[in-house]
Design a protein around this ligand. Structure first.
Ligand SMILES: Nc1ncnc2c1ncn2[C@@H]1O[C@H](COP(=O)(O)OP(=O)(O)OP(=O)(O)O)[C@@H](O)[C@H]1O
Ligand SMILES: [Mg+2]
Length: 270
């Protein structure tokens, strides 16, 4: 990653260096250098099995990795998932389901509890950030305060997906890693979802977005990284990525497909 990517070091949030994960004989991630700045939406794309979820697992501490992971300059590669969450790193899970019997606000409250009892206790002792406030702030960030008391079944699919994002924003989240958060949305819903992601990033939160919906990714991301067999094969602004011969060769196959890429779902081609 060149030092000119971000204006100042202070703006950098996530930075990985040489991040690698092996599962038995499989190199699921190999030497990944990736950065996400404050207020940036960075896309991580690649075909099924390329190692995208593995990367999120490694960054958030849910799988064993080698290499370094830092958030705003603090080294976290030796920290537990809980500590990384407390440092301001949050994720969504691929196919993360909502609790259908709970209201939207209650779905977020469950996320607060998963941040840890000790964190909640210190919040109470210090008289800071009662969970209700944190939940309200997260719902405000995704524009869902009006539906806080509804159940997921009463919401549009797009709103349900935003509840999933809001869950990761509860607390002092500085960086959010979204693993296919828009899966199943139609073109219109996906566009609206992208607008909300931009609003979230505009508050200074860094966003890493994994999605197979190429129109969403190309539309909303400031920069992209392309993974193939666990390695970064290309990185840069969306327009540059589409022109990259390695990306075209690896994923898009032919010039005709390349031209149509914004409408294509790479998952179907993979
Ligand atoms: N827990 C695990 N144990 C063993 N191998 C795994 C494990 N998780 C992932 N893998 C393997 O690591 C590689 C990367 O998988 P990963 O799930 O990260 O890909 P992905 O890019 O997220 O794919 P998709 O687009 O389908 O979600 C694959 O070969 C997968 O089979
Ligand atoms: Mg995945």
């Amino acid at each position: 990653m060149s030092d000119t990517t971000f204006a100042t070091t202070a703006q950098r949030l996530l930075e990985t260096r040489g991040l690698s994960v092996r599962y038995g004989g499989v190199s699921a991630n190999t030497d990944i250098d990736l950065a996400v700045g404050a207020g940036e939406i960075v896309g991580l794309i690649g075909p099924n099995g390329a190692g995208k979820t593995t990367f999120v697992d490694a960054v958030t501490g849910f799988t064993k990795s080698s290499g370094s992971v830092s958030l705003a300059g603090s080294q976290l590669e030796k920290s537990s998932p809980h500590r990384r969450r407390r440092a301001g790193m949050a994720r969504t899970w691929q196919a993360g389901e909502l609790f259908t019997d709970l209201t939207v606000a209650q779905n977020l409250a469950v996320a607060v509890q998963s941040v840890g009892l000790r964190a909640m206790f210190s919040d109470i002792v210090n008289g800071s950030k009662p969970p209700a406030d944190a939940i309200d702030r997260a719902l405000t960030l995704v524009g869902l305060t009006d539906v806080a008391d509804r159940r997921p079944g009463e919401l549009t699919l797009g709103q349900q997906k935003l509840v999933g994002v809001a869950r990761a924003l509860v607390g002092d989240t500085r960086l959010v890693l979204l693993d296919e958060p828009a899966a199943g949305l139609d073109t219109h819903e996906s566009k609206e979802f992208g607008t909300e992601l931009r609003r979230i990033a505009n508050t200074g939160i860094g966003v890493l977005l994994i999605d197979h919906d190429m129109s969403l990714v190309l539309d909303v991301c400031d920069r992209l990284y392309v993974l193939d067999f666990g390695k970064v094969i290309a990185q840069g602004p969306p327009a540059q990525i589409l022109d990259d011969p390695a990306v075209v060769a690896a994923y898009l196959g032919s010039p005709e497909v390349e031209a149509a890429a914004p409408q294509n779902d790479w998952e179907e081609q993979a």
